[in-house]
Design a protein around this ligand. Structure first.
Ligand code: NAD
Ligand code: UDP
Ligand code: UDP
Length: 323
């Protein structure tokens, strides 16, 4: 117990009421740390952190990271940002501000506190990639003025800021490039493919495939990803990233739809709709760097992770749709 107390840190998690943030907080609390969760509840929900209501080491603060934040912590995980196209395109200017002004404020905070700061970057920095699988040294193929740009370019600029604070102010930074991740507590209506397909299958509605379904994605289960976050944060100061974190198993969207139908026993049919603009045709992480630096690789394969996610939505869907 004494050892836990000595190593206990006060950790700020921005975006902590969201899908990934709430899982990260659960793991950090398990390790004995204190958590300050900062979130403006744009896409996150108190439901994701309800179970922590009576936890004395957990504190929630409703705050928008585009505004300055003066708090005292030992470490920062910066996750605040809407992640699904439906949500980040709802108010694109706010999305860019969240990534850019949010990064400046959190980096300013880390600089004053001289503390480590982790950035949840994204595989979207690679855009519609010409290099496959994507390695960290690939600079990407991103449209600067399209409908996804508020997110992609916002995240790219945030990476720039992280590396400039590192070079200019010797700030210890940890940048993770996250590939598509899924699991319990994904927002049921945020339009991401795994939650969409499961919710549609459970309700017997048509499964909406955009385009012909031949585009590929690689899906990482949330517990694996969070383990990667924590290992990256624990590395020595020479490790800055960017490090790809994701599951290299690659599936077409049509294969995913067929798996979800089979696993839910649904009678849903496939329906083919227009492909959204700038939708990347393929995506798969090269995780050699994560293996080498973090001794990390995913352990939960798609069927196992889908089973857990389907079980979550089966249990929670009536309540989620009802409210
Ligand atoms: P999410 O939408 O569930 O969580 C994001 C959280 O940030 C929400 O709780 C939201 O309310 C909060 N937020 C948004 N704008 C804010 C602001 N201005 N101030 C304070 N809080 C704000 O999404 P997620 O999937 O948990 O994603 C978390 C992070 O990981 C994001 O930065 C996202 O870009 C990144 N990421 C996620 C994935 C993925 O597959 N889930 C992939 C790549 C990158
Ligand atoms: N900032 C913050 N909390 C702090 C310190 C800074 O929110 O504890 C914000 C503040 O808005 C500032 C930004 O971070 O503008 C960048 O800080 P930095 O010290 O890098 O630059 P400057 O203060 O010169 O703008
Ligand atoms: N997609 C789909 N049907 C849906 C939702 C998404 O076919 O109901 C496709 C989407 O066009 C993309 C892929 O699934 O090719 C992954 O979409 P998501 O929004 O989950 O993530 P991202 O495009 O950011 O990788």
């Amino acid at each position: 117990m004494a050892r836990i107390y000595e190593s206990r840190k006060r950790i700020l998690v921005t975006g902590g009421a969201g899908f990934l943030g709430s899982h990260l907080i659960d793991r950090l609390l398990e390790q004995g740390h204190e958590i300050l969760c900062v979130d403006n509840l744009f896409t996150g929900t108190k439901r994701n952190i309800d179970h922590l209501h009576d936890e004395p080491r957990f504190e929630f603060m409703r705050h928008d990271v585009t505004m300055p934040l003066y708090v005292e912590v030992d470490e920062i995980y910066n996750l605040a940002c809407p992640a699904s196209p439906v949500h980040y395109q709802h108010d694109p200017v706010q999305t860019t501000k969240t990534s850019v002004h949010g990064a400046i404020n959190m980096l300013g905070l880390a600089k004053r506190l001289k503390c480590r700061i982790f950035q949840a970057s994204t595989s979207e920095v690679y855009g519609d990639p010409h290099v496959h699988p994507q390695t960290e040294d690939y600079w990407g193929n991103v449209n600067p003025i399209g409908e996804r740009s508020c997110y992609d370019e916002g995240k790219r600029c945030a990476e720039t800021l992280f590396f400039d604070y590192h070079r200019q102010h010797a700030l210890p930074i940890k940048v993770a490039r996250i590939f598509n991740t899924y699991g319990p507590r994904m927002h049921h209506a945020d339009g991401r493919v795994v939650s969409n397909f499961i919710v549609q299958a459970l309700q017997g509605e048509d499964i909406t495939i955009y385009g012909d379904g031949s585009q590929t994605r690689s899906f990482c289960y949330v517990d694996d990803l969070v383990e990667g976050f924590m290992r990256l944060m624990e590395t020595d100061e020479t490790v800055t990233g960017p490090v790809n974190l994701g599951n290299p198993g690659e599936f077409t969207i049509k294969e995913l739809a067929e798996k979800v139908i089979a696993m839910t026993g649904s009678r849903s049919k496939l329906t083919f709709l227009d492909l959204p603009s700038d939708d990347p045709k393929q995506r798969r992480p090269d995780i050699a760097k994560a293996k080498e630096l973090l001794d990390w690789q995913p352990t939960i394969q798609l069927e196992e992770g889908l089973a857990k996610t389907i079980a979550y939505f089966e249990k929670r869907l009536p309540e989620l749709i009802g409210r």
